[in-house]
Design a protein around this ligand. Sequence first.
Ligand code: GCO
Ligand code: MG
Length: 412
Amino acid sequence: MRIDRAEVIVTSPDRNFVTLKLSTDDGLTGLGDATLNGRELAVVAYLTDHVVPLLLGIDAHRIEDTWQFLYRSAYWRRGPITMAAIAAVDMALWDLKGKAAGLPVYQLLGGASRMGLLAYGHASGRDTDELFDSVRSHLEQGYRAIRIQTAVPGLKSIYGIASNSTYEGNAGVRYDHEPAQRGGLPNEEDWDTRSYLRHVPTVFEAVRNEFGPELPLLHDGHHRMTPIQAAQLGKSLEPYDLFWLEDVTPSENPEALRLVRQHTTTPLAIGEVFNTVWDYQQIIREQLVDYVRSAVTHTGGITHLRKVLDYASQYQIKSGMHGPTDVSPVGMAAAMHLGLAIHNFGIQEYMKHGSKTDSVFRQSFTWRQGMLHPGDEPGLGVELDTDGAGRYPYVQAYLPYNRLADGTVHDW
Ligand code: GCO
Ligand code: MG
């Protein structure tokens, strides 16, 4: 089973996606997701100019060897561009191996450890009424765990708030947050940590009063606090029993989490911007978080993220794989196969893709009673309609950024 063709396909149904399609001399095709939101074409260039020429002629069964070859032979290691490109190759090779074996990828990873994957969705609102409507809409869609984000009085636009106040799933109009702005330059948002820290506990109190103690609730701090501010937030949210508090502080300095940990028992999640096991080494070894947030797409594929999660399992740390809409249906399928197979699965983020995306990517996963399952088709279970993909050319899109009231750039 040798690779005889490798194509990088860029398509923008609802949003941009980068997909690697590998074909073999015995007629099989495998898909991998290489989407890096807001920097898509950098990965396209890395794949097209530097990786594709290395793939032609290789034995597609040699997944580990190919991973090590792409990682080590570049000399320049790690980073989101490189690791998304390697991830795409890795996913496509697992897809091919599954198709060659006639088995879904989760079977190759050791078989199912559970019946399905608990998933959480994104509720948000500009005020309490809108937030409650959004929570109700998610409950009606079957979600059994919900992330809560709200506007903060005095701030014009902040991370996590939907721009539409109704959910029209099939029309591609969302009741959840889609941060990348299509066309034009990045949106400028505003931020004030003290207002945020005062407001968020009042929101969780209101949500608990309305929806009761059972519903698992999550919240994303999106890297905005200093460690001591994060500690304050974790402490003030303890009465509301969060499933997790995510990305409380920028994570370039993993030691920062020690201080947060010393002050709060609110469970912590981190890692959507990490890309290797080395980013996690200290955090896992010192048990500084409870959930690993990496997407398969941004962490070197199934092969590498599995190593991260196996390491995490020794420290009772579970998976909480990233699953916003900027992870393509191929990346989501890879997450579902991996999540079904590992023992230390925690929860899966699941923002539904829009109808145009679903028409370009034919998918075999199921969503029933708040649980995802990757399905039993051989491989990852996703096929790309290349003609359909061609109907949606790339649209430049940027993520927003933040400034404080005095004009200082702040973490977004
Ligand atoms: C999440 C993330 C996303 C990111 C997005 C950036 O928890 O789902 O924080 O909303 O902002 O993936 O591209
Ligand atoms: Mg996040």
